[in-house]
Design a protein around this ligand. Structure first.
Ligand code: BJW
Length: 249
């Protein structure tokens, strides 16, 4: 199908859907200048993100890991959400049930006005005490202390994010699977769809009968299974869909 026909088709689906879900990944924030994980910009120093985003890396060298997060916070802090984030924030108001599930930790969905966000992998602006488990918000950029310590007990703080080999919050994950299995349309935006369990959410939605729409610069392992696939930037395609969507309230 041509892109115009696909836009028409997705607008038809969204025009009559009451329960819509979106699963986003690093690609939705790429147009803000935030590096993705598995793209060409995804490397820092000579390490792969996967080699820093692990509990053992933190155990080995908390200062190095915190330097990486401080660097990433410094990239994210000054940027503004892009038109893709803004469309998803608007859709929360126009669909009776709209679920935004994100793998991103950058906080940009919240900054663009989305309220009900399931952050599967945590948030880079939060820190957790390695002793007490207390979560605090910290917006400093650059950080005042690397590695930072808990203001209440003095123990090491860690980023409140989910690293490889760690479990996701069961409350958030169960809700994400429930809402995925109940939606009529799921948009899968800017994710390589390789990291589990997030990558299983669209499959769970499809199994329950939802139509799956993918927006990505490149094909992913999910592409052969989706109903409509857009190849391009989410910051351009989402506004195009939004512009053609008849439903406005
Ligand atoms: C654009 C664009 C534009 C660019 N417009 N598109 C089952 C089978 C095999 C392995 C496992 C399994 N279950 C669990 C695992 C292990 C592991 C896993 O999935 N490994 C795979 C890689 C093989 N999963 C876990 O460990 C998870 N924990 C877990 O399941 O616990 C239980 C358990 C443990 C161990 C064994 C079994 C069970 C935890 C996963 C945590 C992921 N954490 C990270 C870091 C978060 C903190 C941080 O940011 O620092 O999350 S890793 C990183 O990957 C980050 C992301 O959220 C996540 C996904 O990346 P994403 O968003 O897809 O980004 P990219 O870069 O991969 O892709 C960007 C895409 O955008 C590309 O496709 C571009 O083309 C596209 N794009 N510009 C549209 N403008």
């Amino acid at each position: 199908m041509s892109e115009n026909a696909d836009i028409h088709a997705v607008c038809e689906l969204l025009g009559k859907a009451n329960r819509v879900a979106a699963l986003t990944g690093a690609g939705i924030s790429a147009e803000c200048g935030i590096p993705t994980f598995r793209g060409e910009d995804g490397l820092w120093r000579k390490f792969r993100a996967e080699e820093l985003a692990t509990p053992s890396a933190f155990h080995r060298d908390p200062k190095l890991v915190w330097e990486w997060y401080d660097w990433r916070r410094g990239i994210i802090a000054p940027v503004e959400p892009n038109p893709g984030h803004e469309v998803l924030a608007r859709w929360e108001k126009i669909f009776p049930e709209f679920t935004l599930i994100t793998q991103n930790i950058d906080g940009l969905h919240g900054r663009s006005g989305s309220k009900n966000i399931l952050e599967l992998h945590g948030n880079i602006w939060k820190m957790r005490c390695t002793e007490e488990g207390t979560v605090i918000e910290n917006l400093d950029s650059p950080l005042k202390e690397i590695p930072p310590h808990c203001p209440s007990c003095g123990a090491l703080l860690r980023p409140h994010v989910v690293w490889f080999g760690e479990s996701l919050s069961s409350t958030i994950l169960q809700r994400a699977f429930l809402l995925s299995s109940q939606c009529e349309v799921m948009l899968v935006i800017g994710t390589s769809a390789v990291v589990q369990p997030a990558a299983s959410l669209p499959l769970s939605a499809a199994e329950a009968g939802a139509k799956i729409v993918e927006i990505n610069l490149n094909p992913t392992p999910l592409t052969p299974y989706v109903d409509i696939s857009f190849t391009g930037k989410s910051g351009e395609i989402l506004p195009l869909i939004d512009k053609n969507l008849k439903r406005k309230s």
